[in-house]
Design a protein around this ligand. Structure first.
Ligand code: BTN
Length: 252
């Protein structure tokens, strides 16, 4: 805590050597009334989770496996945009601390050289039109040298990207600072400025993409995100709106 400079994020810290998933711990704490800004970090996760029911590789001491509890004063429809907000904050922190130029792939992967360095998983609890809590889970690959063979072609870590070692404490402090900055901005001015920042840092817009949704698959050119954070993809049949699903960027 002494090394953190954020005001609200990280005001309560739950640190674990090993945990099933920091998101699960954070959800339990949130359901029991923990304050906004509570964070959960772990050296390793036994059942780290990714989007679309995937698992998340979380080796001991080699990443930042982090979940942040927010209690945003907006409706459940805005929860998806919290993920975009987090991607902007984390990307800024990474660029500031490491100097590595990463880009955001819709909705919330941070990529270096087409390889994933960060994944974000947002989970929410709401009653009627009010959010009770949002847990933003972030997995940052800091110093993983060797990934399992299925991940090796698509994943990277910051130490590999920079060729030097990265301080996890410094990076964590920067992530909490930047996330706090974007969150304060959203509460003050709405999502538009953050969505504009997301567009600038995106590597998806303007590219040919393949979309695999729950019930449909198609290809087209990613042209924009709309005010809800959905990806707009131009296909020969017209513009499709993608709110969830998997998007892969075709090689040029
Ligand atoms: C994805 O890209 O599919 C999202 C990955 C999210 C991983 C992080 S690691 C910390 C937090 N706890 C989890 O179980 N998952 C998230």
């Amino acid at each position: 805590r002494a090394q953190l400079t954020s005001a609200v994020l990280g005001q309560e810290i739950h640190y674990f050597c090993e945990v099933d998933s920091t998101n699960n711990e954070a959800k339990k704490l949130a359901a029991n009334g923990c304050p906004e800004g509570t964070i959960v970090v772990a050296e390793t996760q036994v059942t780290g989770r990714g989007r679309l029911a995937r698992s998340w590789f979380s080796p001991f001491g080699k990443g930042i496996w982090l979940s942040v509890v927010l209690r945003p004063p907006f409706g459940p429809m805005d929860a998806a945009k919290c993920t975009l907000m987090a991607a902007v904050g984390v990307n800024r922190a990474i660029n500031a601390v490491t100097g590595v130029g990463c880009g955001i792939k819709w909705p919330n992967d941070i990529l270096w050289n087409n390889r994933k360095v960060v994944g974000i998983l947002t989970e929410m609890s709401a009653e009627l039109d009010v959010i009770n809590y949002v847990v933003i889970g972030m997995g940052i690959n800091v110093s993983i040298e060797h990934f399992p063979s299925e991940l090796a072609p698509i994943a990277a870590s910051l130490s590999v990207a920079t060729g030097r070692s990265i301080s996890r404490v410094k990076l964590l402090a920067a992530i909490l600072d930047e996330l706090e900055n974007v969150y304060v901005l959203v509460k003050k001015s709405g999502f538009a400025p953050v969505l504009a920042a997301w567009r600038k840092e995106s590597i998806t817009l303007g590219r040919q993409v393949d979309v695999r949704g729950f019930d449909r698959s198609f290809s087209g050119v990613a042209i924009d995100i709309d005010a809800d954070g959905a990806l707009l993809v131009k296909t020969p049949q017209g513009v499709e709106r993608v709110l969830a699903g998997d998007v892969s960027i075709s090689p040029v």
